[in-house]
Design a protein around this ligand. Structure first.
Ligand code: ATP
Ligand code: MG
Length: 426
């Protein structure tokens, strides 16, 4: 039998409500902050990612799904969201609109990774990008949005970590100092870090090897190399966050896995199976638009990993399905039940009918098993008298409802039904 590729998952109907909850919460919140949706292709020219994410990054060197199409073009499946959005911003001339341009996306990404809990080869991100403002209030607003997103999903116990990784000028001096420090300690550092110290020293700080992390405790600190502009910008971000009453910790080893960041970088970290796991990461990227062929346009964004956040959501916040089942007695044909179902559906009521010709008793059992909230019994007598029996499966109660009141009654929620007498009248 065919099996799904390693690192992919089927999201089955029984859990899809959790995904819908995350996606709907994201969309609603993004629109409250005036971010409009953008959809970019699932694959791009490979060169885009080499130029933006960085030729020495883990994504490009190890994790990207690269393939040739029939015309020998070299393409790559999207490994992260920002590069494609930046390309679209430039290619479609969105910089000609009044700035800033604020966009969000919910999209799947692909990375060839070692799979484990919260690390897959296909995963989904909710991300936002804001182009055309260098102001610290943009960084702070996005952090506020991400924080509120996690709160609205009921995620608890996460920590916001922040760092300032400066601009290319201050970083160049730091990279040199860090490289010298690493060369002196090269025997204590892992093979990856030995490579990174030559190609991209800053990236070493992101190493997950605990021995390397111990060595870097004594490394030169980035903050000692920052220029005044970078320092002032970051101080403003922090003071805005203080004003919003958002708690954070400063982590001077936080550099993020992608090359394009400048100044503010941040991550929201939670604990999964006793280990720290990043559920959202982002920051400012003032040089990227220019680097991939656009004007000098400052920008800032984040990506939240929905496949990780799903472990932490509060499921009690998900509204239960409000399904009505129409049970027809043997003397009533299915088309009558379907006619009533369609009337109810056009009034926005979710309805199921007897699609496999079950007996009345079997229908009651089935209605329970699919989580129906209420059952309308449809017999010949009900059709003649226009009086329907409605059973409330959650409350175990029953009520007789006039045909012309049926829609109104079915829309009343279970709690209120408790207060209503045996026969429902206007
Ligand atoms: P990590 O250090 O865990 O590998 P990263 O720095 O590579 O993460 P980013 O590129 O910053 O991750 O992506 C943003 C978010 O997307 C991450 O914080 C995480 O929540 C999620 N993410 C990244 N890679 C995966 C993956 N393979 N599976 C599931 N979620 C992922
Ligand atoms: Mg990674």
């Amino acid at each position: 039998m065919e099996q799904k590729p390693k690192g992919t998952r089927d999201i089955l109907p029984s859990v899809v409500n959790k995904w819908q909850f995350m996606e709907e919460t994201a969309k609603k919140l993004a629109s409250l902050y005036n971010y409009d949706e953008i959809r970019t292709p699932t694959f791009e020219n490979e060169a885009l990612y080499n130029r933006s994410v960085g030729a020495t990054s883990d994504i490009v060197t190890k994790e990207m799904y690269v393939f040739k199409d029939k015309a020998n073009r070299t393409l790559a499946l999207r490994p992260e969201g920002t590069a494609g959005v930046v390309r679209a911003y430039i290619e479609n001339g969105l910089f000609n609109n009044a700035q800033p341009t604020k966009v969000f996306y919910i999209a799947n990404n692909f990375r060839y990774e070692n799979t484990q809990a919260g690390r897959y080869r296909e995963f989904s991100q909710f991300g936002v990008e804001c182009f055309g403002s260098a102001e610290p209030c943009v960084d702070a607003e996005q952090i506020l949005l991400a924080n509120q997103f996690l709160q609205n999903l009921g995620v608890k116990g996460f920590e916001l970590q922040l760092n300032n990784i400066g601009c290319p000028t201050c970083r160049q001096k730091f990279n040199l100092a860090l490289k010298q420090f690493a060369l002196k300690n090269k025997d204590k550092l892992c093979a990856d870090c030995n490579n990174r110290m030559l190609t991209n020293p800053l990236r070493m700080l992101d190493c997950k090897n605990p021995n390397c992390q111990k060595v870097f405790n004594d490394a030169p600190k980035l903050e000692e190399f920052l220029c005044d502009e970078c320092k002032t910008h970051f101080a403003s971000v922090l003071s805005l966050l203080d004003g919003f009453n958002i708690k954070y910790t400063l982590n001077n080893k936080l550099v993020r896995g992608l090359d394009y960041y400048t100044k503010t970088v941040f991550e929201f970290v939670a604990q999964l199976e006793g280990k720290d796991i990043t559920i959202c990461g982002g920051g400012r990227y003032d040089g990227l638009v220019n680097e991939i062929g656009g004007q000098k346009v400052p920008a800032c964004g984040f990506g939240c990993g929905l496949d990780r956040i799903i472990y932490f959501i509060d499921e009690s916040k998900i509204a239960p399905k409000d399904l009505v089942y129409i049970a027809n007695t043997p003397d009533v044909s299915i088309d009558k039940a379907q006619y009533i179902a369609n009337v109810l559906r056009s009034a926005d009521i979710m309805v199921e009918t007897n699609l496999t010709n079950r007996s009345l008793k079997a229908q009651m059992k089935y209605a329970n098993s699919i989580g129906a909230n209420k059952v309308v019994i449809l017999g010949q007598k009900e059709i003649e008298t226009g009086q329907f029996v409605v059973k409330n499966l959650r409350l175990g109660s029953e009520c007789s409802v006039d045909a012309h009141n049926l829609i109104k009654y079915l829309k009343i929620d279970s709690q209120d039904i408790k207060k209503i007498t045996k026969t429902y009248k206007d």
